[in-house]
Design a protein around this ligand. Structure first.
Ligand SMILES: [Fe+2]
Length: 312
């Protein structure tokens, strides 16, 4: 078996937990160090460097960095729109950091959202998103289908006047599988791990005939089944038309029972009353100044930038 999706040992789950904490640490440190004027590209490049320094090989997806209105995925939003731009960070901007590195075959995918400065509307959105953290876990434990859980998130989101823009992500997913790849080193397809991506595409194809095969959790008919055991990256993403926010972390489902891999990762810790470090460390910010773009002149566009990063 080259790809494992469920039946993980305690040791393997420990490794997923350790690596998820590593990824949140990298994102939290990055959040604390941002300063006015850094660009999405410079932060994406720095995150890439830090994931690599922490031991990442390939990436399920390269670091996504969104500033300001782009956090809400406005308008027609395709995969190319996730690629970092020259957009510079401004005071009061919403920020999303989302990275999916693979460490020795363990695929991790975490997201951190925060406001660069005090924005009560952002705090409100995060609070409503974190309510979903409890509701999603409890709904799995009640035996609800993946489809009805995704419908519930969409209904709550609409009732709050938000748009559920996770449905603008590839596959319109509320979540997707996490994997352990037993493959020496995958090749890259536009920056993504070729083995993982091929596996997802094959399973998505099979899910047209066997719903439980789907590695995606969405409002599509392929999710009309009881929750599937294994590890799921859950990532509700709301927008109010001006900005968006999300969180992403691993939900463990074993024998139909769900629990979060980590009880209080950074996004949840902020909801439990302890202010998120990214909200409280502004007095210390400014440690990260964008280095010179080493690809300047060679990679003028965002797609080209990611292709350069993918070869790095
Ligand atoms: Fe992600």
């Amino acid at each position: 078996m080259f790809i494992k999706t469920k039946g993980f040992s305690a040791t393997e789950l420990d490794q997923f937990l350790t690596l998820q904490r590593t990824c949140f640490r990298i994102q939290t440190e990055m959040a604390r160090e941002l300063e006015v004027g850094v660009t999405e590209k410079s932060v994406a490049r720095e995150l890439f460097r830090r994931y690599r320094a922490a031991g990442a090989g390939n990436f399920f997806h390269l670091p996504v960095v969104l500033f300001g209105e782009r956090t809400g995925l406005p308008g027609r939003w395709g995969i190319g729109n996730f690629f970092p731009r020259d957009t510079a960070l401004k005071e009061g901007d919403a920020v999303i950091l989302d990275g999916a590195p693979i460490f020795d075959g363990f695929m991790i995918d975490t997201s951190l959202s925060f406001s660069f400065g005090d924005t009560p509307a952002h705090d409100e959105m995060m609070a409503s998103l974190l309510v979903q953290r409890h509701k999603i876990r409890d709904a799995v434990n009640s035996g609800a289908s993946f489809l009805s859980i995704a419908e519930g998130v969409a209904a709550d989101c609409a009732a709050l006047g938000y748009e559920g823009v996770h449905e603008k992500h590839p596959g319109a997913v509320l979540g997707h599988r996490a994997l352990r790849l037993r493959w020496p080193r995958g090749w890259r397809l536009r920056g993504a791990d070729g083995v993982a991506l091929s596996w997802f595409l094959m399973k998505i194809g099979l899910s047209r005939f066997f719903a439980r095969q789907s590695p995606l959790w969405s409002r599509h008919a392929t999710s009309d089944h009881a929750p599937t055991d294994g590890l799921w990256m859950v990532e509700p993403h709301f927008s109010n038309g001006e900005f968006g926010a999300k969180w992403e972390e691993i939900l463990v489902i074993e024998g139909g029972e769900a629990r979060w891999l980590d009880d209080t990762p950074p996004p949840a810790a902020s909801h439990e009353g302890a202010k998120h470090p990214a909200h409280t460390m502004w007095v210390q910010r400014g440690a990260f100044a964008a280095p010179e773009n080493r690809f300047q002149g060679k990679c003028p566009g965002s797609v080209a930038f990611y292709q350069c990063l993918a070869k790095y």
